[in-house]
Write a protein of this length. Structure first.
Length: 229
């Protein structure tokens, strides 16, 4: 009965929350792009007849899918600056900043999931189309880029977006290494203003609205894809 939601709308609160939300959105979008850039070659390697390439892709996927995300964040947070120090020969560990380090970590981790989604999408395309492309004299790369991947992307787009919603929620784990995402900003403000209930409810409502709207869009997209197919 003592709720005071006016603390949410002070200049300090709105600035901190908007910065935290923008940080979360940035990492989500950039990690999605990075994960797809890494995941696409991994998916093609996994489908390759070359056992070395296929084995490497399988090992990559199994390794990262078998680790808790928070552990990967901690390892990259402490290890990556030291690796860069060794590579560059710097006197001290090289700091990348929260955004760059977060994007690299999430992109590498999510690539394991995106690659499996993309592999399933590629396999959903009839093999007859690959054979027809080869009969027309197209190379493997041309076949994948011009025939298979455009169709596969349409088929797997709803699943990719669903995984991105999960990624958006998983950004909250950056609290483990002290980065200020949307939830982290809310936690700091809750402690500063001694109003945890108001800030946590507000953050939860914002997350719910964003994820709900994205989920509704995914459902509509699934229906459109089903009609096309």
């Amino acid at each position: 009965m003592n709720f005071d939601y006016s603390v949410l709308f002070t200049a300090e609160s709105l600035t901190a929350l908007s910065k935290g939300l923008w940080f979360t959105i940035q990492i989500t979008v950039l990690a999605l792009l990075g994960g797809m850039l890494i995941g696409t070659p991994l998916a093609m390697m996994r489908l390759s007849s070359n056992k070395l390439l296929s084995g490497f892709a399988k090992l990559y996927v199994d390794f990262f899918r078998g680790l808790p995300l928070v552990q990967v964040l901690l390892v990259f947070y402490f290890l990556l600056p030291k690796v860069l120090q060794w590579v560059t020969g710097a006197a001290y560990p090289v700091s990348l900043g929260a955004l760059v380090a977060g994007v690299i970590t999430y992109a590498i981790f999510e690539a394991a999931y995106y690659s499996e989604i993309m592999r399933a999408g590629i396999q959903s395309i009839s093999k007859g189309q690959t054979a027809a492309s080869q009969a027309l004299g197209m190379s493997y790369g041309q076949t994948m880029m011009q025939v298979i991947l455009p169709q596969a992307l349409r088929n797997m787009l709803p699943v990719l977006l669903t995984q991105t919603i999960i990624l958006f929620q998983d950004i909250t784990l950056v609290y483990a290494i002290g980065w200020k995402d949307f939830l982290g900003a809310g936690t700091t403000l809750a402690a500063t203003n001694n109003r945890p209930t108001e800030f946590y409810i507000f953050v939860g409502v914002v997350y719910f609205i964003i994820c709900y709207l994205l989920s509704r869009y995914v459902k509509r997209l699934q229906k459109k894809v089903a009609i096309i197919r």
